[in-house]
Design a protein around this ligand. Structure first.
Ligand code: TPP
Length: 619
């Protein structure tokens, strides 16, 4: 049946019983295809019925459905004409998130969490102002994303409006791990209350006893809901804000979902539909996965859910190991995560020192400012976060941490080009932004020993922010210095002259060695070097490059106004006359592709850098 669904209109033509069958087909398809490509499996298995209900009740693209974060939009893609998942997240294949270029049904593609209600508020207000009545706006937001401050800013604003924004809270009790915080506890009281269980059982019995699905009416839901409301009162949270609350709704019961959504659509003012779902629903390996219900998987065996390639020892696990060791020596060390305990490597530390890890929810801004508060009391906070998500808390790094000279360490995982998650996930802005923060020190380690030492150095600094940034994935063999010159690590040297000094930052150190070798093969004398602490400008840089004809910098961050340019401007002011060339990531959004493909595309591969450098040297 799935192949007959080319658009939501086809979906609306299905009988309720056919819609239920379709849900089964979609689950099978998701498991089959995502196990081959990798991707966000658990979240999508949880929203199959909800997404079917959304597209049967709302008329996209005339109505707008905004998926918060967007990692749970696979079912939406399948129902809006994108049935080929064979190259999901690969170059030329469909994106892992909504993408305007793919479909008129996709509106928001930022994939940074907690923005959907704000988007919906703006869209709904715009429609009202433009007189486009009859066009509905829906935000679908998980309980995890609902922990983000922006979601609450938006709820506050929406409550004051009369726009018909429908906010669907997809509550599965989890972010990656179970959702943290008071909000989660509050929502959890509904899910685990035996009266809700009874209500669900009663609803299902009613449904089956009555036969045809269409007889299962909203009054059935609402009757139960009213009973619940009096007993639990957990909807008071939203209604106190002035937003109508409906629910809880069994998110795996399509008729129930549809009835609730129809009521919400007709309500005519902001309304929350609280839908309970199970992450990983219908796929046993996901349902039984305590860590994250298969939030995101690599390629797996579909029958068992086991990875096809065991994951290789990576940068994250080196950090995990080092903070664990440091934590045993220093009681003041405290780990902070924004809902990503396991992905950022804080889980072993949390097991060993449960009182010294804080999961703040998807709340990077709060994480940073509360870290400043912790530092004020004499603790040394370590906020481990994906580089792309720290962008959101730039002001807090600047004004709360740096201005107050707080000793806070930021461990920026997935820095540089991450590739397959697309434009929003590349950690390419961190260096160019953070170098403007007064007092901040930034390290770009190149291998395991330098990651360990950078972290150790960082946690010694108690009067300024320190940042250690490292890429996604497996960590290569150590890249030892052949010697230290003027305080920088020399990694390779060809000849005694200095036709070119090639400076590679972090993981680009390996590229610098390659480029130096290739240029040497063309007859030039070269030196490849690096520094672990790249900002402020390393002492000794000008000495090292004095006398070079050409100086090359290679970084996997923004090249315009990046670290290389900072170094060059400093060196020029110190009288260095060499010609500089900077290689890095261009100032544009990068489409999803593998890291290697993007490196080639933006000219960060050794061959391209060698060719450009040789051209200068020959000139
Ligand atoms: C600002 C930001 N921080 C962190 C993330 C990483 N992240 C992606 S999905 C997710 C959990 C989302 O939980 P929820 O909204 O409940 O959706 P579910 O996966 O449970 O359906 C997190 C933390 C993000 N996308 N954006």
């Amino acid at each position: 049946m799935l192949e007959r669904i080319g658009s939501p209109g086809d979906l609306r033509a299905l009988s309720p019983a056919e819609a239920i069958d379709l849900a089964g087909e979609i689950r099978t398809y998701l498991v089959d295809s995502v196990s081959r490509t990798g991707g966000h499996l658990g979240p999508n298995l949880g929203v199959v019925e909800l997404t079917i209900g959304l597209h049967r009740v709302f008329d996209s693209p005339n109505d707008t459905i905004v998926f918060d974060t967007g990692h749970q939009a696979y079912v939406h893609k399948l129902l809006t004409g994108r049935g080929d998942f064979s190259s999901l997240r690969s170059r030329g294949g469909i994106s892992g998130y909504p993408a305007r270029a793919e479909s008129e049904h996709d509106v928001v593609e930022n994939s940074h969490a907690s923005t959907a209600i704000s988007w919906a508020a703006g869209i709904a207000r715009g429609r009202t102002l433009r007189g486009e009545t009859g066009r509905h706006t829906v935000a679908v937001i998980g309980d995890g994303a609902l922990t983000g401050g922006m979601a609450w800013e938006a709820l506050n604003a929406v409550a004051a409006s009369n726009d018909n924004v429908v906010i669907v809270v997809n509550d599965n009790g989890r972010s990656y791990a179970p959702t943290a915080g008071g909000l989660a506890r509050r929502l959890d009281t509904i899910r685990t209350d035996p009266r809700y269980e009874q209500f669900l059982g009663w609803g299902k019995r009613t449904f089956h006893d009555r036969g045809p699905v269409r007889n299962f009416t909203y009054s059935t839901v609402m009757h139960g809901k009213r009973a619940l409301k009096g007993l639990i009162g957990s909807d008071g949270m939203f209604e106190d804000l002035g937003i109508k609350y409906m629910g809880p709704v069994d998110g795996h019961d399509i008729p129930q979902v549809e009835e609730a959504l129809r009521q919400a659509r007709a309500y005519g003012a902001p309304v929350i539909v609280h839908v309970l779902t199970d992450k990983g629903r219908g796929y046993t390996p996901a349902e039984q996965d305590d860590a994250d219900r298969f939030h995101a998987v690599g390629k797996i065996h579909p029958e068992t859910g086991l990875p096809i390639e065991p994951s290789r020892f990576g940068w994250t696990s080196v950090f995990a190991d080092e903070i664990l060791a440091a934590g045993a020596e220093r009681e003041d060390l405290i780990g902070i995560t924004a809902a990503m305990l396991d992905p950022v490597g804080l889980a072993p530390f949390a097991r060993e020192f449960p009182d010294r890890v804080i999961d703040v929810g998807i709340a990077e801004q709060h994480a940073v400012t509360s870290a400043a508060g912790l530092a004020f009391t004499g603790m040394h906070p370590v906020f481990a976060v994906y580089a792309t998500f720290l962008n959101r808390a730039f002001d807090q790094v600047l004004m709360d941490v740096a201005l107050h000279k707080a000793g806070v360490t930021f461990m920026l995982d997935r820095a540089g080009i991450t590739g397959d998650d697309g434009a929003s996930h590349n950690g390419m802005w961190d260096m160019a932004l953070l170098m403007h923060v007064p007092g901040l020190k930034l390290a770009a380690p190149r291998d395991e020993p330098t990651l360990r030492s950078a972290f150790r150095d960082a946690i010694q600094v108690d009067d300024a922010p320190t940042v250690v940034r490292y890429p996604k994935g497996a960590i290569g063999a150590p890249i030892p210095a052949i010697r230290v010159e003027s305080g920088l690590d020399v990694l390779a040297e060809h000849g005694t002259g200095r036709d070119a000094v090639v400076l590679g930052l972090g993981p680009m150190a390996a590229t610098a060695i390659e480029v130096a070798g290739k240029l040497a093969a063309e007859g030039f004398d070269t030196l490849a070097a690096t520094a672990t602490w790249v900002h402020p400008v390393p002492d000794g840089l000008t000495e090292l490059i004095a006398g070079a004809r050409v100086v090359i910098t290679i970084e996997d961050g923004l090249v315009d106004a990046g670290i290389g340019e900072e170094w060059a401007s400093f060196a020029r002011q110190s009288g260095v006359e060499a010609e500089f060339r900077h290689f890095g990531v261009p100032r544009r959004f990068l489409d999803h592709a593998s890291r290697a493909q993007i490196i080639d595309e933006v000219g960060l591969d050794a061959a391209s850098i060698t060719a450009s450098t040789a051209a200068i040297l020959h000139a």
